[in-house]
Design a binder for this molecule. Structure first.
Ligand code: SAH
Ligand code: DHB
Ligand code: MG
Length: 225
């Protein structure tokens, strides 16, 4: 074990922790299996990260949750399970096939009544939520196309209130985010996100690096003041 490559050890420790603490149940495992069988990419949050989002929603006492980027609904299920009776989660997904897979996964997990999946470009759905007066949300999880991260955080500010928690996934990407010359629009979008957060007076933010079964990455956590 001591001679294992660091990334192998991180994966083993991640599994050790999630095996003891995450409490991934049959419906969450079925969501992963049906997503894989339907050809969705395996880019959902890890079990430990899902549990972390779940705890964050509980800590916040979130009654309204907004998610940008549904995929097969894995993170959606973790978040929706933290809602009280009468709570609501709106999740935005571009790809109709992903949304269809997610709908079945979310229903199987028993939270279908709490979850509203909106299919289409998230920037359009976000404008629709503002028009409808669906805000304010208590917790907002941003995990879609990374080049739009600054725009999504701009929308999060519009759809939030004092005390809203904003989490943005995948903000380290193997360390690629410190390379100003990386031409990847996802990296450039996330670098613009950090620049925006650095000067945004309405948010207090940090980012935490993570290692484990999803490699080396991290997430931003921000509080609306
Ligand atoms: N939150 C999920 C993973 C999301 S993966 C989980 O952890 O389980 C990112 C998702 O964002 C993909 O399903 C992708 O189709 C979607 N996406 C990409 N661009 C988008 C856009 N412009 N609007 C809405 N969703 C988008
Ligand atoms: C990608 C997207 C994600 O949301 C993620 O958690 C990992 C990877 C991607 O687009 O590559
Ligand atoms: Mg992600």
């Amino acid at each position: 074990m001591g001679k294992a490559a660091p990334q192998d050890l991180w994966i083993e420790v991640d599994r050790y922790i999630s095996g003891h603490l995450a409490g991934e149940d049959a419906a969450l495992i079925a969501a992963l299996e049906s997503s894989a069988a339907a050809g969705l990419p395996p880019i959902e949050v890890s079990p430990n990260a899902g549990k972390f989002l779940h705890l964050l929603a509980l800590l916040r006492g979130a009654r309204r949750i907004l998610e940008v980027g549904t995929l097969g609904g894995y993170s959606t299920i973790w978040l929706a399970r933290a809602l009280p009776a009468g709570g609501r989660l709106v999740t935005l997904e571009l790809d109709p096939h992903h949304a269809e897979v997610a709908r079945a996964n979310i229903a199987r997990a028993g939270v279908g009544e709490l979850v509203d999946i909106r299919v289409g470009p998230a920037l359009e759905s976000l404008a629709g939520l503002e028009r409808e007066g669906a805000a304010p949300f208590d917790l907002i999880f941003i995990d879609a196309d990374k080049q739009s991260n600054p725009e999504y955080v701009g929308w999060a500010l519009k759809l939030s209130q004092s005390g809203t928690i904003v989490v943005v996934d995948n903000v380290v990407r193997d360390g690629a985010i410190i390379d100003a010359n990386d031409p990847d629009p996802a990296i450039q979008g996330t670098r613009r996100l950090y620049e925006m957060l650095a000067i945004e007076p309405r948010l207090s933010a940090t980012a935490l690096q993570t290692v484990g079964c999803k490699g080396y990455d991290g997430f931003v956590m921000a509080l609306v003041k």
